[in-house]
Design a protein around this ligand. Structure first.
Ligand SMILES: Cc1cc2nc3c(=O)[nH]c(=O)nc-3n(C[C@H](O)[C@H](O)[C@H](O)COP(=O)(O)OP(=O)(O)OC[C@H]3O[C@@H](n4cnc5c(N)ncnc54)[C@H](O)[C@@H]3O)c2cc1C
Length: 393
């Protein structure tokens, strides 16, 4: 096997999880991040049992769990009347089926846990302020070319450069990601501002017509993460620009009093627009492969974008460790991951139209479906999603 390191373009959750998973298999890597620091925006993220189990497997679980909040339940409520439609207890039967559990974490804390795991390994080199512009193959591997003229040699290149991946254009060539027409607003709410009925130990989703609102505790429960989404036809690219509170509230004027009270508690909202893609047939070109959002960007509704990126990292490391030919290993990795991630991409779209955003008669059908699900059947529905790698690796 080539003694060259694996080059990773992008030091987000997917890129750093890849470095950690490779190190666990004895493979050296260089993670090249365009930003001057390995950091994440100030918002929360949910980690399902599939991701937590894989983080344990690759040796980052301990550091993640130190910062994780193991919330007690997931719940969906009707945003108009406030009625509870379904609750999934994340202890008891859930833990019996999915031993790794479920939790929420501040994104900065998740990245920090991965970053510290990288620093603890002498097989990982982290390079900030390194924007990769392109790559070339040579007989021994690949050369990654920095936008500032620097060069790095490796046995292969993993493009973990996110939703707007530039590497995807050379590997898949399917243009820009597809606008969903949805805009998301996020902020953190201190407990003293949060209405009492929302100061709870669960992740609660209020489903309304063409919109939904989510909150859960973060940071030792010292703050609540608020993520609210509206289907307003947005097609621009927004990545966290501040928006006046009054503008946000106006967009959600249709929701009922209970959801409204939590929405009104939020200040300092920032706006993102949401895009995804159709699943691609391949994520590999020679010795370069896509990973995470670059490979299978999905709407956030199944809370699985980062979780599936973490799974990708572990499968990729296994295949590169098994096979002396990096090109063949990358093909096997992509073949193994494609169907599962495509299914999660489709689920994420389905959740928006059928569960989170329906109105009128469709909302009544949704209510009947959710109210009719008992815990056992709900867990059965979730087993493929929350079993690491879908149970196939
Ligand atoms: C509102 C919202 C809520 C979400 N909630 C959840 C959730 O609860 N659970 C969950 O699992 N997922 C969730 N997701 C999805 C999750 O955030 C993403 O799937 C995940 O961050 C993807 O990680 P990534 O490493 O593939 O890409 P990114 O996080 O986008 O990281 C890409 C990195 O590459 C760097 N980069 C880009 N181009 C270059 C280049 N040319 N050279 C070098 N570096 C480069 C970027 O600076 C960045 O650091 C949510 C997403 C949104 C929008």
């Amino acid at each position: 096997m080539s003694g060259l390191p694996v080059l990773i373009a992008g030091g987000g959750i997917g890129g750093l999880a890849t470095a950690v998973a490779l190190a666990r298999k004895g493979i050296a890597s260089i993670a090249l991040e365009r930003n001057p620091a390995f950091d994440e925006i100030g918002a929360g993220i949910q980690l399902g049992p599939n991701a937590l189990a894989v983080l344990d497997l690759i040796g980052a679980g301990g550091r993640v769990r130190e910062r994780l909040i193991p919330v007690g339940y997931l719940e969906i409520r009707d945003a108009l009347e406030g009625r509870r439609l379904i609750r999934l207890d994340l202890r008891g039967a859930f833990r019996e089926r999915f031993a790794a559990g479920y939790g929420v974490i501040h994104r900065g804390d998740l990245l920090k846990a991965l970053y510290e795991t990288c620093l603890a390994s002498d097989r990982i080199l982290l390079v900030p302020s390194a924007e990769i512009a392109d790559w070339e193959e040579h007989p021994d591997g690949v050369e990654a070319r920095g936008a500032d003229g620097r060069r790095w040699n490796g046995r292969c290149l993993i493009a973990a450069d996110g939703l707007h991946s530039r590497f995807r254009q050379r590997i898949v060539g399917d243009g820009d990601p597809i606008p969903s027409g949805h805009a998301t607003f996020r902020c953190l709410i201190p407990p003293e501002r949060m209405p009492e009925h929302c100061r709870v130990d669960g992740a609660v989703l209020w489903a309304g017509p063409d919109c939904h609102l989510v909150h859960y505790p973060l940071k030792d429960r010292e703050v609540y993460n608020a993520v609210i989404t509206v289907n307003d036809g947005s097609t621009d690219i927004a990545r966290g620009e501040p928006v006046p509170d009054a503008d946000v509230r106006r967009l959600f004027d249709r929701v009922g009093d209970q959801a409204r009270a939590f929405l009104d508690a939020g200040t300092g909202w920032r706006r993102w627009t949401l895009r995804d893609r159709e699943p691609a047939d391949t994520w590999v070109k020679g010795r370069a492969a896509l990973l995470g959002d670059a490979a299978h960007p999905m709407l956030q509704y199944a809370a699985q974008g980062a979780c599936t990126a973490i799974e990708d990292a572990a499968v990729l490391a296994d295949r590169l460790a098994d096979d002396a030919d990096p090109g063949a290993a990358l093909d096997r990795y992509a073949a193994e991951r494609r169907d599962r991630t495509a299914r999660v991409q489709r689920l994420s779209r389905w959740l928006a139209t059928e569960v989170y955003h329906p109105s009128a008669a469709s909302a009544k059908r949704r209510d009947a479906m959710l109210l009719g699900l008992d815990e056992e059947r709900l867990l059965d529905h979730l087993t493929w999603l929350y079993t690491p790698f879908g149970g196939t690796a």
